[in-house]
Design a protein around this ligand. Structure first.
Ligand code: NAD
Ligand code: IMJ
Length: 270
């Protein structure tokens, strides 16, 4: 019997994104899903711009971006601030001229909202989670529209099963991801006539900064591995390959969709 692990040929390169320009939001460190996606898109020939959330993360994103071939413009962008979003796309307009894709890998809720009962969610906690994790996709899509519509384009946002099913401790983030996923569909309808596609990738649990420190996360990874049809956890490179597919011409007929990259976990009833 063959061993049920990934094979090396999952990491491949092509010229599919040669001459294409994209922006990736949400790199914090080398474990970020956004960074895994960036390495993959770059290996297919794309030129990338990055945003980082404030000076705290500037150095980390700078170091990482230097490891990719070519020049990568970097912009500071806290998505809670309209003026920062505006300035990113003004600078991108002069640096890139046009844009082929945008990757949204941003989520935030206050730590105290990610434990205990969802019924305890505060009004402010609800607003912050929805603002950063869902509204930001609308604001970014609007700011990117003039650059994306020049040649048509593609937007991908990262989401999680907690949008659809109750996952312990995910709480208000589940509501925010449900809103994000609905946003994917409404934006797909708005932007489709301009040949801009919008899709979501629902990734299985991955041990990143956004997952570390979550009560019971290691147990969650174990139970995910046991229940998933593929009997393992998803690897970032697999999420990245799905993003590449949706962002490249291979995904040309797909918009408004949520693609699960979770080793099949979601289909299981028990
Ligand atoms: P991560 O911590 O590496 O990335 C989260 C990013 O969000 C960070 O780069 C952070 O700077 C950014 N961010 C938060 N608030 C922001 C703000 N106000 N302005 C700008 N950026 C802000 O963790 P990750 O796991 O790579 O998360 C990326 C995406 O993947 C998130 O949308 C997350 O919900 C999603 N996701 C993660 C998992 C998982 O298990 N790790 C599973 C499914 C989906
Ligand atoms: C996050 C919280 C609770 C359960 C969780 C997660 N499970 C998974 C995650 C089971 C997989 C990771 N995930 C999918 C996220 O979207 C994480 C979002 C997040 C994480 C933090 C941690 C630090 C903080 N705020 C956060 N806001 C959002 O202060």
């Amino acid at each position: 019997m063959t061993e049920n692990t990934m094979t090396e040929n999952v990491q491949f390169t092509s010229g599919f994104l040669k001459g294409k320009k994209g922006i990736v939001l949400g790199v914090a460190n080398k474990r970020s899903i956004a960074w895994g996606i960036s390495k993959c898109l770059s290996s297919h020939g794309a030129q990338l711009a990055f945003t980082y959330q404030g000076e705290r993360l500037k150095e980390s994103v700078e170091e990482l971006s230097k490891t990719l071939p070519g020049e990568s413009p970097l912009y500071s962008c806290d998505v809670a601030k309209d003026e920062e979003i505006k300035s990113v796309f003004e600078k991108l307009g002069s640096d890139f001229g046009s844009l082929d894709f945008l990757v949204h890998c941003i989520a935030f809720a206050k730590k105290e909202e990610l434990a205990g009962r969802t019924i305890e969610t505060s009004r402010e906690g609800f607003q912050i989670a929805h603002d950063i994790s869902s509204y930001s996709l609308i604001a970014l899509a609007k700011a990117a529209e003039p650059l994306l519509e020049k040649n048509g384009g593609s937007i991908v946002a990262l989401t999680y099963l907690g949008a659809d099913k109750v996952i312990p401790n995910y709480n208000v983030m589940g509501l925010a991801k449900a809103s994000l996923e609905s946003g994917v569909r409404y934006l797909a309808a708005d932007l489709g006539p301009k040949n801009i596609r919008v899709n979501g990738i629902s990734a299985g649990p991955v041990n990143t900064l956004a997952a570390r420190g979550i009560a019971g996360f290691t147990t969650m990874l174990d139970s995910h591995r046991n229940r998933a049809p593929l009997k393992r956890n998803v690897e970032i490179v697999e999420v990245a390959n799905a993003a590449f597919f949706l962002l490249s011409p291979l995904g040309s007929g797909i918009t408004g969709e949520i693609l699960y990259v979770d080793c099949g976990y979601r289909i299981m009833g028990a």
